[in-house]
Structure formats: structure tokens, C-alpha cells
Design a protein. Structure first.
Length: 255
């Protein structure tokens, strides 16, 4: 682990339309001690070609070793876990291949984590259209959140998260192979850390197209219910209680 280094993990699957913008948003950071780990999840478009044009000492392309099995994509959780294994930094964060960071995102979040002496932080964000332009829908985040609060409020967005690996292990932050693996991971980490701290500034643009899974409300409902019942093993009454709060807050975030 290299002290002060931020490892940025990006799962990439058929992201040729957006990945250049995402890479440039990391390269433009005012905090310069970072490495960018782009994990190709067996893309069949020109994602790898685009990434190859940016490769340098601190920008790496990671591709799976072939094991003779069918060459299909493994999903975001597997890709992120592969990046976590390769990460060398004291801090690990994620950005999805179509999202964007403000230039001072890393600088502000690192300062915030040091001030709070916390292992797990996240920030606010703004929804963007398919062109990456903010649409003035800003998600505010609480100053702190614990496990039970997070069950009712899935405000933590993957591209805003940062972990201090001097306080956590890589196993702590690896993602399970379940739908909404990111939310399941935040809950897992919160059970260990007790709290996460939120920096209430919109430092990320969440590019949300009309065709994305996250825009499918029925899919989101099925996923959160599966997490409550089959991952967290909550009883049906507590699951329903948490679900009501989750649904209300999800609706408010998108208004």
C-alpha cells in the first residue's frame, strides 16, 4: 500500500461512447497522486482501443486472464473486485465508465476524510443527461449514515465513494455477485465501520440514460427487496418498513 496514493477503479464494458470523457475527468484532478485502473469486462466495442491511447505509468488497462471458459462479460462486481486486487493506493474509490468528476473531487474528499478520520466517505452528486451535462437534479447527502439508516436510504452512489485502506482490508470492500452489488457492499462495510461520512457537495455527474437499468423502476424494486430478504436476511415486516422509506427517498431524489 502506497501512502497517499488514490487508486481509482473503473469497470469497463462497451463504454466507447463515454470512457474518454471519464478518463479525462480523472486526469484533470487537482490532486495528482492517483492511479487509474480500467478493468475491461470483455468489451466487444472499441473501449480497449480508446483506453490504449491513454495508457501511461499511472493509467493501466487490466484484462482478464483467459481460462478456456466462454468469453463473456462477468459483470461490474467482478470487474471492480479485479481492480481492487490490483490497487496499490492507501485510498480506493470507484467511478463508473460513463460518469464524470469535478476537478477538485479527490482533493476535497481526501481533505474531508482526514478531517473526519473516517474509513468510508461519499459525496453528493448531480444527475446528468446522456451527453454528460448536469440537469440541475442534485442529490444531497447526510453528514453521517449508519447501517440501519442506510437500509432505508440508498443515497450512497458508487462513483462518489472513497475508502481508506489503512483502516479496512480489501476483503472488506469486495463486492458480492448479487444485483445492486454496490449497495450490498456499503451495508457490509457499515457493519464494520459503524458509520460513513457524507460530504454534501455535488462533486460527481451521474450520467443517466433512459435505457439504463437504474432507470427501470421495477428492476430497482426487485433488487432492493432481494437485498433485504435474501442478502441481509431481514424479516418480512422489517423489510417492508425499510422499503417504504427507501421508496419515498428514491422518489424524492428523482423529482
Amino acid at each position: 500500500m502506497i501512502e497517499g496514493l488514490v487508486s481509482v477503479v473503473v469497470p469497463v464494458y462497451n463504454a466507447e461512447k463515454w470512457i474518454e470523457d471519464t478518463i479525462l475527468s480523472v486526469k484533470s484532478q487537482t490532486y495528482k497522486d492517483w492511479e487509474l485502473l480500467l478493468v475491461d469486462d470483455r468489451s466487444v466495442d472499441n473501449s480497449v482501443k480508446v483506453i490504449n491511447s491513454f495508457l501511461q505509468d499511472n493509467i493501466r488497462l487490466i484484462r482478464y486472464k483467459e481460462d478456456g471458459t466462454a468469453l463473456k462479460n462477468q459483470g461490474a462486481a467482478y470487474a471492480r473486485n479485479t481492480g481492487i486486487e490490483e490497487a496499490r493506493g492507501q485510498y480506493i474509490c470507484f467511478i463508473d465508465a460513463d460518469d464524470l468528476w469535478s476537478p477538485d473531487k479527490l482533493e476535497k474528499q481526501l481533505a474531508f476524510m482526514k478531517e473526519k478520520d473516517v474509513a468510508f466517505s461519499f459525496t453528493g452528486y448531480e444527475f446528468a443527461d446522456e451527453s454528460g451535462v448536469g440537469v440541475q437534479k442534485i442529490v444531497r447527502v447526510p453528514s453521517t449514515i449508519n447501517y440501519r439508516q442506510a437500509l432505508k436510504n440508498t443515497t450512497i452512489f458508487t462513483s462518489t465513494v472513497m475508502f481508506d485502506m489503512s483502516k479496512l482490508s480489501k476483503e472488506d470492500i469486495k463486492m458480492p455477485d448479487v444485483p445492486s452489488e454496490d449497495t450490498a457492499t456499503w451495508w457490509k462495510v457499515l457493519k464494520k465501520t459503524g458509520i460513513a461520512c457524507g460530504l454534501d457537495e455535488q462533486l460527481t455527474l451521474y450520467r443517466r440514460g433512459t435505457s439504463t437499468l437504474s432507470s427501470n423502476k421495477m428492476t430497482a424494486i426487485q433488487r432492493i427487496w432481494n437485498l433485504y430478504r435474501n442478502v441481509e436476511k431481514l424479516n418480512i415486516f422489517y423489510s417492508m418498513y425499510c422499503f417504504v422509506f427507501w421508496a419515498l427517498r428514491a422518489m424524492i431524489r428523482r423529482m
